[in-house]
Design a protein around this ligand. Structure first.
Ligand code: KG4
Ligand code: ZN
Length: 384
């Protein structure tokens, strides 16, 4: 349990500014982290995380090399009520003193999503407070506003185990997608590479650890994905195939081979992400010539990767953007970002009924929601 008091004061025309402080409990259980947080949003738009807790499930899923939905759902159901009570106690608040309770209502593994959403509904009903059903992707999109003064609009690169997308964030509930993955998510590319080499789960941190020991990070040639494609979309499936082929071609591979292959794949992922982000930056600039100091936010678990951050930083500098990456604990799944999204919605007068559905798929941008794409938009599923 980490008790934390962080704050930020996001200013901007589209920033919701409540008339009085709003205190919101946030709950998250859409993948393999159960999390709860209490947050206060002040009238000047400053966010204060009053208490937060997160419990992961890595050891439960590690034997399977990926998240097992049934195991995840059971673990969330066992823990989420206790975590909610814990953060309320840490914040010194009773549920009835809250203005609202926000829960991720999708996209995600449906059994997991239901755990936090049902708990939130119970609390809302019992305490007579507002319910806010939050899109998990909106939580990631707003997460940098937990700790930074960040005005709308900004560019978002969301790179996690289930999502890879570039979007312009114009405000709460106002997101325009520039591109998304055509196949695997960036986190999956890391996780699958780790699985091929038997590095354990979750794969991203393991690949990064091994890559640091590489003697020859360019030893295994990797394809340049979507080399002739002029869009902001991503593709990672070719990397997985190249990694598999390289690994199968090795005779009795050792840790030196693992390190070189990890570094080769990591470099290719970082290059692909930063190249596509560079395109999106150019598009953002052409659409927002009035924004004098443009910002790109890198969110999601893959944004924790040092090589990815470095590559993005270089591209951002070249394009005249500042790169903002939330602190590690807010890059990965957390409940503070869900509480913030809930509070910002509440400040705009948005709340949900007790019949709010849990959604396995829920694209963030309205256009994608209408088109209901076969992949990419709001997909989030098992990482393995
Ligand atoms: O955002 P997140 O915690 O959960 C999802 O919503 O998916 O992201 C998890 C993903 C996993 O695929 C994990 O391997 C990857 O983020 N990840 C990393 C690193 N830390 C986590 N990938 C590369 N390098 C890292 N250091
Ligand atoms: Zn996430």
């Amino acid at each position: 349990m980490a008790l934390n008091h962080t704050s930020a004061s996001p200013q901007g025309a589209a920033s919701p500014q409540p008339r009085r402080p709003l205190t919101v409990l946030g709950l998250e259980s859409s993948c393999d982290d159960t999390a709860a947080a209490v947050l206060r949003l002040d009238p000047d738009g400053t966010a204060h995380v009053l208490a937060e807790a997160v419990v992961g499930q890595n050891s439960a899923h590690a034997p399977y090399g990926g998240v097992v939905p049934e195991i995840a759902a059971r673990a969330h159901a066992e823990r989420v009520d206790g975590l909610a009570a814990q953060v309320l106690a840490d914040a010194g608040l009773a549920a009835a003193e809250l203005d609202g309770v926000a829960a991720t209502a999708g996209p995600g593994l449906i059994g997991g999503v239901m755990a936090a959403l049902m708990t939130a509904k119970g609390i809302a009903l019992g305490a007579g407070i507002s319910l806010i059903a939050v899109n998990h992707l909106e939580g990631h999109a707003l997460s940098a506003r937990l700790t930074e003064q960040l005005a709308f609009p900004y560019l978002l690169l969301l790179v996690s185990g289930g999502h890879t997308q570039l979007a312009a964030v114009h405000g709460v509930g106002e997101v325009v997608r520039y591109g998304s993955t055509l196949d695997d998510a960036a986190g999956e590319a890391f996780d699958k590479t780790a699985k091929i080499m038997g590095l354990g789960f979750p794969g991203g941190p393991a690949v990064e650890r091994f890559a640091k020991e590489a003697r020859d990070p360019g030893r295994f040639p990797m394809p340049r994905m979507l080399a002739r494609d002029k869009s902001c979309d991503f593709s990672f499936a070719g990397l997985k195939t190249a990694a598999r082929r390289a690994w199968d071609g090795l005779d009795a591979p050792d840790d030196e081979d693992r390190a070189d292959l990890a570094a080769s794949v990591q470099r290719a992922i970082a290059a692909h992400l930063s190249e596509r982000a560079g395109r999106a930056m150019a598009q953002f600039r052409s659409e927002h010539s009035d924004v004098t100091a443009p910002v790109i936010v890198a969110a999601g678990g893959v944004a924790a990767n040092g090589a990815v951050r470095q590559a993005l930083k270089q591209t951002a500098q070249a394009e005249g953007f500042s790169l903002l990456a939330p602190p590690l604990k807010y890059c990965t799944d957390n409940a503070a970002m869900i509480a913030l999204a809930g509070a910002e919605r509440l400040a705009l007068g948005i709340r949900d009924g007790l019949d709010a559905p849990a959604r396995a798929r829920w694209p963030l941008d309205a256009k994608a929601a209408a088109a209901a794409p076969a992949s990419g938009g709001g997909r989030k599923g098992p990482k393995a």
